[in-house]
Design a protein around this ligand. Structure first.
Ligand SMILES: Nc1ncnc2c1ncn2[C@@H]1O[C@H](COP(=O)(O)OP(=O)(O)OP(=O)(O)O)[C@@H](O)[C@H]1O
Length: 614
């Protein structure tokens, strides 16, 4: 279902009738310094009767006709004389922004058209005017037809539809809604929605700007399903639509009761419910919120890609949803019954990456008490392996990955024979891989192996219309997670959030909502909360980082080259840890999960950085 109305501007626009759109731009004009002889020759060869006269900068001066040239000749004017004294300077040109209906009918066969600086830019003829009107007439007819069809459908469908303006006053309401409510349409139009529909929330949706879908509402003694959709235009709410579905609720309840019964009897076999293998809820395309054209396109590509076993490369900035897309692809693919193994290539220190990916045999490391361990590729057998941040993978490791992709075999560290594996690989990165290939920072052969099906996920700033939907979804899920009543958010805040540049994309938006929900006491999040907890809060962060890195450079100067390298590695690691902790709003458990280490290791690491003054 769409969350925005098509407005009539798309079907018919006043600009259609603008002179600038209708005029000819291919025409002749004469310079005022043209001689009478040249003008006469011009009229003979072009067979025109009149021509515009301009100066050297194409400023419009007037009109010269054949009659004017003849008159000059008859008066005995020498033919070498210029036309300067003979053209008619009283002719008024028309502006290119004027509208056809305002200047019609034309008094002459053709009229000069000028821009704001009086520069001659076109010529409007009577046939241009006729063509303009006839095309506009066709469009109006089309529009009339559309409106007629719209009215027929709108009054004949079973669902109730009501449209309100930005203040909640009813602009339209269909027959089905009126007869269900037992009201007169003439009375309802112009009334505030709360006087017309008991228990409505359409006026609240106008306040929040967040659509509400599939809400069960009790109306006239019956349960109905309601959709409430705000109409946004240029970042402002200009109205809202309410849709009521009368059928289906009792049907849904019957199915729901049946499911409950069966669940109680622990008899899942009858339902063919596939139990998710992992503890996590299985992510599907329904979890990917967004109705913007670009996200719908990315979802379309991903759905198609899911059906083939080919390698997929997902690109997009940090936090746009590369991982959630990968999980949805896995759930829809033929590997869905197998495991989903995720590896963040940038969070595993370089020296551990090989054993993490390929595993190691017992005794592979001298003096090690470690037993053998299967690598991620082996764990992903018959499932999906997700290599996140592949752009951060060292070159040496890239060669090894390429070999696995070609041979479909892995060789654990310290092992003697390769093991066959069957997996689907999805890689993701926020780095410009193609550029990196040119700079020899990423292997070209691996790039082509990965880029079999490329899917790009656009940043949030290019799909601002998804922001209210994401806010609505996450306000609900975060409040439910914390077991608190669902908070509201003011329209100004939603609007400010639509205008805010979410550099960390959806992850940053979700974290901001978590922070706001946690810190705001009242039931509504207002603009001032957004200002103090998000805008002002974030301003202080980059400064701290700059100071830190300056003092680090000073420290590094005193160290030996080897110590310098070690320090730099640790600093990189520390930066990564701090970034993830910051992105997770200080929640170290979540940060550790994302880093692929346990919480205790994260604490130890942080302590180590502190001890070593990193
Ligand atoms: N379209 C979406 N609808 C709902 N939630 C989303 C959507 N896109 C992303 N998210 C959520 O935003 C957060 C970040 O998404 P995700 O981890 O998939 O991004 P990413 O592009 O993989 O980031 P990174 O490059 O930093 O690893 C997650 O909590 C995810 O569930």
């Amino acid at each position: 279902m769409r969350d925005h109305l098509v407005d009539h501007d798309e079907l018919f626009q006043q600009e259609e009738l603008e002179i600038g759109r209708r005029m000819k731009t291919d025409f002749d004009a004469l310079l005022y310094s043209t001689t009478l002889k040249e003008a006469a020759e011009f009229f003979i060869t072009t067979k025109l009767n009149e021509v515009s006269v301009v100066d050297h900068d194409r400023h419009y001066l007037g009109e010269l006709s054949t009659a004017m040239v003849m008159e000059a000749v008859i008066q005995g004017t020498p033919l070498e004389e210029t036309v300067e004294l003979y053209y008619d300077s009283t002719v008024e040109p028309i502006g290119f922004h004027e509208i056809l209906s305002d200047i019609s009918p034309l008094k002459k066969a053709s009229v000069p058209v000028v821009n704001h600086e009086n520069i001659l830019i076109g010529m409007l003829t009577q046939s241009d005017v006729l063509e303009g009107f006839s095309q506009t007439y066709q469009k109006l007819k089309q529009l009339e037809n559309t409106v007629e069809w719209f009215h027929i459908s709108y009054d004949n469908i079973y669902e109730g539809i009501v449209v309100v303006d930005e203040n909640g006053y009813v602009k339209m309401i269909n027959k089905a809604y009126c007869s269900y409510l037992g009201i007169d349409r003439e009375w309802a139009i112009g009334q505030h929605i709360i006087n017309v529909i008991e228990g409505t929330r359409l006026h609240i949706v106008l306040q929040t700007g967040i659509p509400e879908h599939n809400q069960v509402q009790f109306l006239k003694g019956q349960e109905v399903v309601a959709h409430r959709i705000p109409i946004w235009k240029n970042n402002k709410i200009i109205g809202g639509i309410g849709i009521l579905v009368f059928r289906g609720v009792s049907e849904l309840y019957r199915i729901f009761d049946k499911i409950q019964d069966l669940l109680n009897k622990n008899d899942l076999k009858h339902l063919h419910i596939v139990q998710p293998k992992s503890k996590d809820e299985r992510i599907t395309f329904n979890h990917i919120i967004g109705e913007s054209k670009s996200i719908i396109h990315s979802k379309y590509l991903a759905r198609r890609a899911a059906k083939s076993p080919a390698t997929i490369l997902i690109t997009g900035e940090s936090g746009v949803g590369k991982e959630i897309f990968t999980k949805a692809i896995h759930s829809m693919s033929s590997y869905q019954e197998g495991p989903f193994i995720s590896v963040n290539c940038s969070s595993i220190p370089e020296h551990l990456l090989e054993s993490e990916l390929f595993g190691y045999e017992e005794g592979a490391f001298t003096g090690s008490r470690r037993k053998g361990k299967p690598g991620k590729f082996l764990l992903a057998h018959k499932g999906t392996i997700f290599l996140d941040e592949i752009g951060d993978m060292p070159l040496e490791m890239q060669a090894k990955i390429l070999r696995v992709l070609q041979e479909r075999e892995v060789e654990p560290v310290g092992g003697t024979k390769p093991i066959s594996v069957d997996f689907r690989l999805i890689a993701a990165t926020n780095r410009p891989l193609q550029e990196m290939v040119k700079q020899n920072k990423f292997r070209e052969d691996l790039y082509y192996r990965l880029n079999v099906i490329p899917i790009y996920i656009p940043p949030l700033r290019e799909r601002k219309e998804d922001i209210p939907l994401l806010i609505g979804h996450y306000m609900k899920t975060i409040c439910q997670k914390h077991r608190i009543p669902i908070k509201d958010i003011s329209k100004e805040t939603v609007s400010a959030m639509m205008n805010y540049e979410w550099k960390g994309n959806i992850r940053e938006l979700v974290n901001a909502l978590e922070r706001l929900i946690a810190l705001v006491d009242g039931p509504v999040i207002h603009y001032n909360d957004f200002k103090s907890y998000i805008l002002e809060w974030n301003l202080s962060l980059p400064q701290m980082e700059t100071q830190e890195s300056l003092s680090d450079i000073d420290k590094m100067r005193e160290l030996s080259p080897l110590e310098n390298i070690k320090q730099a590695e640790m600093k990189k690691e520390k930066e990564l840890y701090l970034r993830v902790i910051r992105e997770e709003n200080g929640n170290k458990t979540k940060a550790a999960q994302r880093l692929g280490i346990c919480r205790a290791t994260l604490y130890n690491k942080l302590q180590e950085f502190k001890n070593k003054d990193i």
